[in-house]
Write a protein that binds this ligand. Sequence first.
Ligand SMILES: Nc1ncnc2c1ncn2[C@@H]1O[C@H](COP(=O)(O)OP(=O)(O)O)[C@@H](O)[C@H]1O
Ligand SMILES: [Mg+2]
Length: 687
Amino acid sequence: MKHCPQCRKTYDDAAILCQYDGSPLLVTTTLSDPYNDTLIEPKLEPDTQSEWSIKVATDIQPLQSPGSRLNNLPVQLTPLLGRKAEIMAVENLMQREDVRLLTLTGPGGIGKTRLSLQVAADLLSEFTDGVFFVALAPISDPDLVAFAIAQTLGTKEAGSSSLFESIKEYLRDKQMLLALDNFEQVITAREMVKDLLMTSSRLKILVTSRESLCIRGEHEFAVPPLTLPDIKQLPPINTLTQFAAVELFVQRACAVKTDFMLTSENMLSVVEICARLDGLPLAIELAAARIKVLSPQAILARLESRLKLLVGGARDLPERQQTMRGAIAWSYDLLSEEEKKLFRRLSVFVGGCTLETAEAVCSIAGDMDIDILDVVASLVDKSLFRQEEQSDGEPRFMMLETIREYGLEQLEASAEAEAVRRQHATFFLKLAEQAGPKWQRGREQLDQLEIEHNNFRLALKWAMEKEVETGLRLADTLADFWIMRGYITEGRMWLGEAIQRSGGSLPSVRATALIGMAYMMTRQGDYASARLSYEQSLTIGKELGDKKIIGDALNGLGHVALNQSDYASARSLYSASIKAYRESGNEARVLGSLNNLGEVARCQRDYQLARSLYEESLAIARGLGNRRGIAIVLGNLGDIACQQGDYVSADSLYKESLIIYREFAEKHGIVSVLDGLADLAAVAKTA
Ligand SMILES: Nc1ncnc2c1ncn2[C@@H]1O[C@H](COP(=O)(O)OP(=O)(O)O)[C@@H](O)[C@H]1O
Ligand SMILES: [Mg+2]
């Protein structure tokens, strides 16, 4: 962190003009402020007092419970059946002082997630700082666990410290319950769990996983199947639904066939189905979903023969897992060819997809001549998909992980896998490019990118191996999203890999990617790497004779110099960038560099010069209608006015700036302006 010796502000990456395509600038004056770049308290309620209250885990709704504390527990659409004994046992364990890590284990589909959600909701009152559910199902890389936790908690990378360090710092004195779901995906991240528990003495963690974490202090609870009646001594029909497995079958059957009833004719078959499916709730759901066209007797007969015919490597699996797999295979076998095709192709998505995306990705060379909506709806009916709602209200189609795994296997076996993955990557590149030009994306566009973040990660991973051009373009176009949404470390990783793998190809994309990466490095205080990266892009810019790239690289080098208090270099670099932009008639960029030049003057206490540079910049911003640029420069002018004791002007400049920042919901900007207004209030009080 750098302290500007002359002016009242402390900079860590002052006066940054980001490089961006096409037009307007983004300059952020990043204050070393407790609210800036550090951890922000998660809040679920709209908070009228603080401007930076954020929504936690945008894709899940808060659980409604009276007097509820902070939580992000998703609302369940169906009631939880049975499980009284398990709930009591798990809650008793969680309430013990010596139990800080409890893992619910069991095969996919046995009901671990449902149980953990119920326990988490019941324990809300025990945790002053709330209960948070982190879905790890869409994450397969243990390195991304920290991102998933951070996204749920609303924590951001703080300056140069890693995201995980920020999370630890945030949780240090929190009395909180973290529920980590589907940990088997990232089992090697177990050290992280240990580390969190060691740092934060009042934190408890409830994990669901197919296997235990095997770390010291871990308590394990093996989730049993749902209760079943004894088939040899069948109890009276009116007591059968006291057994959760039967109750679940009946409820799910009624959902698809409203007049379904347990009768003396079908009860034995129903009980046998549940028993044959080992009381596994997911398997029972899949079977019951077919009641519309098959009688219980017919379901049983078909299931029996399917379960005998073990699929693939299933023979090596533990018994219940074999059953689960058999049940999914059974359900898959009953699909029509078109349904099968769509099901396996849709399993490529991580964290689900919208109907529009399904349509775009799932047809290979127009080979899906069907109404995708109809087929998707039919897969929802069959319990293979579930329909949820995105934070923007659009329906999103998801698969439970256990089911998706099967779909992926089918996809891999189908010879279509490569084509589907290529379409997936191409589609997400297009989607990112269509979310507005880089650096000009507003909240809505950034939110949209956030919803698909896991799909972008998948596309990047594929592209790095198979189609590096797509990878480079995608990483380049996501650079501003990573920066603005606090994924700097991850962004650096992707951009770095893409640049390295792309060798000498696509020089202009490489150059902008290098600039994006250098900006991230500057944000993290890694000035030496940033300078190197800017210099590489400058070289490419000169080779290409591309003035925009040259201007951006020089401007970036200016930030590095400014951050290192090398004002003379900063001034000449910014001036050189202005020259390059002017030569190419790029006024939109000029305004950013002018503003940055103003920052240098301010740091050198030449307020007169600073003001005139800002004013020149503001005039360009107004002329171009660049709202974000206007907000930034107004804030800086406010600071100067404040500095010079002109509090009335400062007040109105800040307020005008604040109105615009609010339009963009840009937290950094809002916070910096509020900081200025707070200073004014303090002055007014002492005056
Ligand atoms: N006790 C229960 N009552 C009702 N539905 C249940 C119950 N347990 C599980 N389910 C349903 O069964 C399916 C699988 O459960 P889930 O908790 O996702 O399993 P797991 O996490 O072990 O893979 C889900 O659709 C879930 O809603
Ligand atoms: Mg689960």
